[in-house]
Ligand binder design. Structure first.
Ligand code: FES
Length: 121
């Protein structure tokens, strides 16, 4: 049986079980959270920026090149470059969310992040 992990997307409280090595970007999409992207997951546009809470992954070369050390230390990563290898909590900043996938209309199904929803690393 393939390994699976639990991922919680904050501040929405959306939880999903995902396969080992799945990209956070794809796991978010499967959870109905449409993340911004201009580079189709190439790791170069920076639009899929998320913040890992407490459980950081090793940054990729693109992340080291494009993100400040402070952001890396605070757990910021690119969702398209981050693979799920353990249970994770992932904070999705408002600017990263392209649009929620809902049947009924724009913004009512998922709450937007608020300053109080940010966690300090
Ligand atoms: S989609 Fe461009 S960096 Fe992730």
């Amino acid at each position: 049986m393939a390994r699976e992990h639990r991922v919680e997307f904050l501040p929405f409280g959306v939880k999903r079980t995902v396969a080992d090595q799945q990209r956070v970007f794809d796991a978010a999409g499967a959870a109905g959270l449409d993340l911004a992207s201009e580079c189709s997951g190439g790791g170069t546009c920076g639009q899929c920026l998320v913040r890992l809470i407490r459980c950081f992954t090793e940054p990729t070369g693109n992340e080291v090149h494009l993100l400040s050390q402070g952001k890396l230390d605070a757990g910021f990563r690119f969702a398209c470059q981050t693979r799920v290898t353990r249970d994770l909590k992932v904070f999705i900043p408002e600017m990263t969310l392209r649009s929620p996938k809902t049947d009924g209309g724009p913004e009512e199904a998922l709450p937007h992040p608020t300053p109080s929803g940010h966690e300090k690393g």
